[in-house]
Design a protein around this ligand. Structure first.
Ligand code: MRU
Length: 341
């Protein structure tokens, strides 16, 4: 099997500890919902779809370990998991699906079986959505000759139920013989690009070139890159997109240099209840993520840090949003409503 972020054997959830990559491949077992919530908060598992899938299995684990007050324990698990991270809507979407199934269960035994089955469906559907999106994106790009693309963060098998969203598109280009090179932004401060994307793509033999985030402007200025391809954590009703910090600056750069900008995300990332990107809660994390790396000082120990880990790219800078339900070109309210109601 190729790279995966999580494994479910019907009874327990194993997570590949993404904090240790690429130095070490260590799997850990998340025994219950509280542990899954902690693993999401601490970034053992990360990436919008993978967070949603893990949370769903967390609810299934809560049912499995529940006692006489199984309803109370599952409700508690749903709350704890919802508090793990705020920005990726896939988490809340998955928990809502789990909650609907839970509310329809009449016994603990029924909840154990049905919640596990629902989490497995969420997992399976995500992988299928990625394969569909890759096909759609290839049709949009319609490359005649091998292309260069640039991506940000990690949107691959490690961030999803498998294959990847934006990296799924990169994989599909490669499979079609149409990928000349993929530039991977290193993605400060957590380094998803260098630690995860470069690892995942190099492992599978794709032509990846790692670059510092600050190099993106001069790479795009050379005129060889055809598309910037990124994922999303939440897409609002007007087509604004929250994604990893630094995505917005890439979109500005892409527009300046006439490079097309594609967002690839499953419909579980779409939040039609929010009108615009400024309504999205943006997670801010510890300053230590910027000041140090694995305990090594990169800055004065007490320097104040501003560390928002997502930003919002306005819809007008995006050429196309690709989902498994279809594509929205020049996204705006009308295009989003036509596809998502
Ligand atoms: O903080 P992370 O690593 O969870 O952020 C991940 C991203 O921003 C990804 O681009 C996004 O979740 C899409 S993953 C398919």
């Amino acid at each position: 099997m190729g790279t995966v972020a999580l494994r479910w054997d019907g009874q327990s959830l194993a997570l590949l500890d993404q904090r240790l990559l690429p130095a070490e491949e260590r799997w850990m077992t998340a025994e219950g919902a509280a542990r899954v919530a902690q693993c999401i908060r601490d970034m053992v598992v990360r990436g919008a779809p993978a967070i949603g899938i893990s949370a769903a299995y967390g609810v299934a684990l809560a049912a499995r370990h529940a006692g006489a007050d199984w309803r109370g324990e599952i409700r508690h698990a749903l709350r704890a998991l919802a508090e793990s991270r705020p920005t990726a809507v896939n988490l809340f979407w998955a928990l809502q699906r789990m909650e609907r199934v839970f509310e329809a269960c009449a016994s603990r035994e029924e909840a154990v079986a049905r919640l596990a089955a629902e989490a497995e469906s969420i997992h399976r559907e995500d992988l299928q959505a990625n394969l569909t999106m890759a096909d759609q994106a290839l049709a949009v790009m319609a490359p005649e000759a091998p292309l260069e693309v640039l991506t940000h963060c990690n949107t691959g098998a490690l961030a999803t139920g498998g294959y990847g969203t934006a990296l799924g598109v990169v994989r599909r280009l490669h499979e079609a013989g149409k990928l000349a090179r993929v530039y991977a932004d290193e993605t400060r401060p957590w380094l998803q690009g260098s630690r995860l994307t470069a690892w995942e793509l190099a492992r599978d033999g794709l032509p990846v070139v790692l670059n510092a985030d600050g190099a993106a402007a001069s790479i795009l200025a050379r005129g060889q890159v055809s598309w910037v391809v990124v994922g999303a954590d939440r897409i609002t009703a007007n087509g604004d997109v929250a994604n990893k910090i630094g995505t917005y600056s890439l979109a500005v750069l892409a527009r300046h240099h006439g490079v097309r900008f594609m967002v690839v995300a499953p419909s579980s990332t779409v939040d039609m209840s929010l009108a615009r990107g400024s309504d999205i809660p943006i997670e801010e994390r510890e300053g230590s993520e910027v000041r140090e790396i694995r305990g090594m000082a990169l800055a004065p120990a007490d320097v104040p840090v501003y560390n928002p880990v997502f930003d919002v790219t306005p819809a007008h800078l995006i050429d196309v949003i690709v989902t498994e339900k279809g594509v929205v070109r020049q996204p705006g309210e009308a295009g989003m409503r036509a596809l998502f109601g």
